[in-house]
Design a protein around this ligand. Structure first.
Ligand SMILES: *Cc1c(COP(=O)(O)O)cnc(C)c1O
Length: 387
């Protein structure tokens, strides 16, 4: 039996392998401090759960339109207008099984063999694999720490070729925590527009920004930006709904239509009662979002200070999401070596940056309680000083 080529080119997820090793150690009774989490440690707010349960009790258990129920698409259109300053009609919105699914749908609908897709590194590790699954080629741009891990217009331009079809931008970013300013995004759009390069804008962390950093949606910048951009968002991070599998995108009409066709023949509609939960999330009380953000912010400040106190470790203060990227290259280990030794000897799980395209760094998630963060940082400090 021969597997399809596309299945053989995928890299197994490194984040998942560290995570499973940490879980196995925990199961053996070892006290592991994990900074590996890629999801909020909070539970979904009660009013969202109640709406989904009520819809289940009411028999809302059948297929829905593949692109999502009309009420939810309208609520998302309203959200894009009010929160992001983007005018999408409900027909331009496709609800999916998560923001990850929306990214994949968007890439499948627009990219193919011979196309290149520019991805700034450190990147969210699924982007290059999705591009490969579509038969296209990821082109990695290595950003600089002194630029807060953000791609500059010059770096973007020099990665462009006549084959460039798309650029993927993720702000606030995972794993960097970087937030692009309006001016920085405008400069990138200006370059994309010279060759009609599509922009896949992953805005899943938009609600989690700190220190007055402001999230800016690329499609809101200008008519040119709007026409080139596919805006991806979802419920997982803002409303702690990772397990619900619910996300969405907004796009120019022709792209939305193509994505709907792909989705209708692959996954059909997103879960019916999860959509009712999503509707309650968007229409209901937003205070839980701010409570969660404020808690993340306290942890962020603590973790950054502690890491900065460790000799030879440097960090850019993250302005969004719930990750901090620590540059450990001055300690003389690769990111995998560092992470493996830290886990096996000191029982702390972090994610090696090599998974994100940057071997000088490790990612620490602060989507975990302050007690764990404190204990874990004591151990990290001890480990780094021993090197
Ligand atoms: C978590 C995450 C997503 C995935 O969100 P889902 O809606 O759960 O699929 C997308 N992009 C980035 C950068 C993420 O970190």
């Amino acid at each position: 039996m021969e597997l399809a080529h596309r299945a053989t080119i995928l890299t197994p997820s490194l984040t998942l392998s560290i995570d499973s090793k940490a879980k196995a150690m925990k199961a053996e009774g070892i006290d592991v401090c994990s900074f590996g989490a890629g999801e909020p440690d909070h539970d979904t707010p009660d009013h969202i759960k109640a709406a989904a349960m009520a819809s289940l009790d009411g028999g809302f258990t059948k297929y829905t339109p593949s692109s999502g129920i009309p009420e939810l698409r309208q609520a998302i259109a309203d959200k894009f207008k009010n929160d992001n300053g983007i005018d999408y009609k409900p027909s331009q919105i496709i609800v999916s099984n998560g923001a990850k699914h929306s990214c994949y749908n968007a890439i499948l609908a627009t990219c193919q063999a011979d196309d290149e897709v520019i991805i700034p590194a450190p990147f969210w590790l699924s982007y290059p694999e999705m591009v490969r699954l579509a038969g296209a080629e990821p082109v990695i741009v290595h950003t600089k720490q002194e630029n807060d891990w953000k791609m500059t217009p010059e770096e973007f331009e020099s990665a462009m070729t006549p084959r460039t079809k798309m650029v993927i931008l993720n702000t606030p970013g995972n794993p960097t925590g970087s937030v692009y300013t309006k001016e920085e995004l405008e400069a990138l759009v200006e370059i994309a527009a010279t060759e009609d390069i599509l922009i896949l804008s992953d805005e899943i962390y938009e609600k989690l920004t700190y220190d007055g950093a402001k999230h800016v949606s690329i499609a809101s910048l200008s008519k040119t930006a709007y026409d080139l951009t596919i805006t991806v968002n979802g419920f997982s991070k803002a409303y702690a709904m990772t397990g619900w599998r619910l996300g969405y995108l907004g796009a120019p009409e022709a792209i939305a239509k193509a994505i709907d066709a792909i989705q209708s023949h692959s996954t059909s509609n997103p879960c019916s009662f999860a959509q009712q939960g999503g509707l309650a999330a968007l229409r209901g009380d937003q205070s839980a979002v701010e409570e969660m953000r404020a808690e993340f912010d306290l942890r962020r400040q603590y973790i950054v200070q502690r890491l900065r106190d460790i000799p030879k470790v440097t960090v850019v203060e993250p302005k969004g999401a719930f990750y901090v990227l620590a540059n450990i290259s001055a300690l003389g280990l690769t990111s995998s070596n560092f992470s493996e030794r830290l886990l096996s000897k000191h029982h702390v799980a972090v994610v090696p940056g090599v998974a994100f395209g940057d071997d000088r760094t490790v990612r620490l998630s602060y989507a975990t309680g302050l007690d764990t963060i404190k204990k874990g940082l004591d151990r990290i400090e001890e480990f780094c000083k021993s090197l």
